[in-house]
Design a protein around this ligand. Sequence first.
Ligand code: MV4
Length: 447
Amino acid sequence: MVSKVLIANRGEIALRVIRACREMGIASVAVHSTADDNAMHVRLADESVCIGPPAATDSYLSIAAIISACEITGADAVHPGYGFLSENAKFADILAAHNITFIGPKAEHIRIMGDKIAAKARAIELGIPVVPGSDGEVKTAAEAAKIGADMGYPVLVKAASGGGGRGMKLAMTEADMETAFSTARHEAKTAFGDDAVYIEKYLTTPRHIEIQVVCDAHGNAVHLGERDCSLQRRHQKVLEEAPSSVLDEKSRAAIGKIVTDAMQGMNYLGVGTIEFLFENGEFYFIEMNTRLQVEHPITEMITGVDLVREQIRIASGERLSFTQDDIVLSGHAIECRINAENPETFVPSPGTITAYHAPAGLGVRMDSAVYAGYPIPPYYDSLIGKLIIYGDDRQSCIMRLKRALREFVIDGVDTTLPLFARLVEEEDFNTANYDIHWLENYLGMKD
Ligand code: MV4
């Protein structure tokens, strides 16, 4: 087993990893910028190293600074959390060259999945259903027009280096195609330095459903069911739930078998999430995330699996501590992302938290790294924490979420708590009657 893990991250996810390390008897090292001297992850880790100034590019994203921190502390493994260097194949390669274990997938798989065209081609080879579209890159407007005419509108032009909604352009009709194609290419070039684009049939009212997988170095692949992440605003997830209300056991088992076979087929290692759009009972692959995700706790709540512990075990060469038959989904879990943002405009609201009281009690988990008196720095994302609720079924989970929201006190900064208080009263939320556009429409309806 690895013996000392350096966490190349901050905030709640750094605490999540430190907690898993402590429970496994593994030493932990925090790294931090000068803006995070007083951060909880620095206090809770066994050791800490300052790796640079506030700007993430000079600290949490500095590969040289992180390798140095490993050398100084003798850390033999790095957990990247999510964001920052978590899906940086070069970082995984450099760690390997330094004989430091990357607690994540192989660099090769990070690289393939980072290129959405390559990812989709691989998905097809592996037997994963994808959205109908172009055969790889589309290089000219004429080719784009031909595909649009053959496939039928509407279509989406997507950047190969995009993902998470960046670099997408919708063409509703043939008349939109030329502009959609050229703007998508131009924006892709500007944003990612790569103008490769591809085309897909536009699914109008899907859900976003993602399957959690976990694979060891001994050829075992297990899926842990799905998360429904349809409630998003500008490609930022707001509330996620597991299981999805639109899947039954049969369709869950069927897609689960498809993805575990695929992961075995590519010798995938570690945790991963295969993202699908789900419409009219069919799954369509869009992307794969080769990291631990923000919303992983809801899967932990309904499966009882500690995903970070499994990541550390897998990276150490151990076998999965369970088989597919051991996995029984039970109950329902909901995660609310509590951000330091204006709940109407979503403008970030950095500042000092003057009072803080998190809800607790049966079925209530709060993954956060803030405390009363904590000054939220303006340099990083605005996540205060994740309120994770478990209940025997969706109805009792929502009732428990409502009572937890009433207990929550966060003073000093604006938060998205009022949004959740409204959301849990909505009929469409209570009946799980929503698609990927529902939340933005709901937010646009008011005033
Ligand atoms: C799509 C789509 C409809 N049809 N692809 C947005 C983020 C990126 N991961 C993929 N996205 C979409 N791809 C096809 N062929 C609609 C979206 C989309 C979306 C997807 C998931 C969750 C929220 C979304 C909001 C707007 C658009």
